[in-house]
Design a protein around this ligand. Structure first.
Ligand code: PEP
Ligand code: MN
Length: 259
């Protein structure tokens, strides 16, 4: 098996940012109960404003690791710079390169030298070729465990936060061998669009999706307009479980705990 099981539709879920012990443990329990295997949670956050919540840093990393471990999950968090890479790589299972850093070539080379899987998010202004060239920097470092992520691009449409470029999925799958997932949360910026866009991603051949989920979306410190509550996440997982077999994908069963 490669970095992701291609027979499955892999869901990665969790809050935008780790905010507290209680929050990340509750999120870990809820997603584990849905059969999801990978917990996300930003610890070093790339915020547009320097005055916005920047993440819990090192403490957040420890909480993410402990919450994932307590529920038998793998963990993923964003790496923003080369300085914090070794520390982060020692704490999580998958490294995330965010949209804003997709062409940070020194960071790409550095994650290429690690043995960790890397989720590479498409920049909101990158062409498919730019994304594939960025992935090649990681490969050049010796690391081929790459997952590409379409997370929406900037267009003239202001209604949604970004515009999900659904064509990216079949095109990237045609052009490269890496698994391709979709992030409908950052693509739309709107909770109510997350489920339809995830189902579209499944239909068009994506290998998975990364979804922002929060125990109390209205109180989230980051990206609250796009977070799913546990109930909404459960409904999304139910829809995926119904649809996945029709496109030849397996989905993990949720446990009774999640009902
Ligand atoms: C994220 O997934 O936490 C994130 C910041 O997304 P992006 O880099 O796509 O904006
Ligand atoms: Mn976010």
């Amino acid at each position: 098996m490669g970095v992701l099981d291609r027979n499955e539709f892999t869901v990665i879920a969790g809050p935008c940012a780790v905010e507290s012990e209680e929050q990340i443990f509750q999120a870990a329990a809820a997603i584990a109960a849905q059969g999801v295997g990978i917990l996300r949670g930003g610890c070093f956050k790339p915020r547009t404003s320097p005055y916005a919540f920047q993440g819990m840093g090192v403490v957040g990393l420890r909480l993410l690791r402990e919450a994932a471990k307590a529920h038998g999950l793998r963990s993923i968090t964003e790496v923003m710079d080369v300085e914090t890479l070794d520390l982060i790589a020692s704490q999580v299972d998958i490294l995330q390169i965010g949209s804003r850093n997709m062409q940070n070539f020194s960071l790409l080379r550095a994650v290429g030298r690690t043995q960790k899987p890397v989720l590479l998010k498409r920049s909101f202004s990158a062409t498919y070729r730019d994304l594939l060239d960025a992935a090649e920097y990681i490969v050049a470092g010796g690391n081929e465990q790459i997952i590409l992520c379409e997370r929406g691009i900037r267009t003239f449409e202001p209604f949604t936060r970004n515009t999900l470029d659904i064509s990216a999925v079949p095109v990237l799958k045609e052009l490269c061998r890496f698994p391709v997932i979709v992030d409908p949360s950052h693509a739309s910026g709107l909770t109510r669009l997350v489920t339809p866009l995830t189902l579209a991603a499944l239909a068009v051949g994506a290998d998975g999706a990364m979804i922002e989920v929060h125990p109390c979306p209205e109180g989230a410190l980051c990206d609250k307009e796009q977070a799913l509550s546990f109930g909404q996440f459960g409904e999304l997982m139910d829809s995926l479980r119904l649809m996945a077999p029709t496109v030849g994908r397996a989905m993990p069963l949720g446990s009774l705990l999640a009902r």
